[in-house]
Design a binder for this molecule. Structure first.
Ligand code: CU
Length: 166
């Protein structure tokens, strides 16, 4: 009987520690100021932005993102292509050890391609972040209008960037 108990608790400890190992990257990442961009019903894509903070002493890579609001979700950056800002898909976004990575208009972003429904102000969009170790973090983000953020100039750049992709 005693032997069984010991074996049982050992099994529990083993599974707990392996769970902790799996969850460690997501647990070290905190998300600040997440938001998604409102787009017209006909828009082929939207984007989401946030500040990612890494509380660990090792670099953490965001390798994928998932969301039920869109047909496909991609990690993107902007590149300056002969004076024109264009988007490009990338395979990871690195959050440096004890550092911060900002996803913002005109820079890194999470692309929501082919929204199933119009993405409007007042809604909340959920994006699931997946890190290199397979751990996940769900982020609920309000939908914001760029016009309401005093970012008219940015919006012009975004539009050009979007038409460059499609
Ligand atoms: Cu993009």
């Amino acid at each position: 009987m005693k032997k069984t108990l010991v074996a049982l608790s050992f099994g529990v400890i083993t599974s707990l520690s392996s769970f902790a190992a799996l969850a460690v990257q997501a647990d070290n990442i905190s998300v600040e100021n997440p938001f998604a961009r409102e787009v017209p019903p006909t828009a082929p894509a939207s984007a989401s932005f946030m500040t990612l903070k890494n509380a660990s002493g090792k670099d953490i890579n965001l390798v994928q993102a998932h969301s039920e609001v869109a047909r496909a979700v991609e990690l993107h950056t902007h590149i300056n292509d002969g004076g024109v800002m264009r988007m490009r898909q990338i395979d990871k976004i690195t959050i440096p050890a004890n550092g911060t990575t900002e996803l913002k208009p005109g820079g890194l972003h999470i692309m929501l391609i082919g929204p199933h429904n119009p993405i409007k102000v007042g809604q909340t969009v959920t994006v699931d972040l997946e890190f290199a170790d397979g751990s996940h973090k769900k982020v609920d983000m309000p939908v914001k209008s760029f016009m309401g953020m005093g970012m008219q100039n940015q919006q012009k750049g975004q539009h050009r960037c979007g038409s460059g992709m499609h």
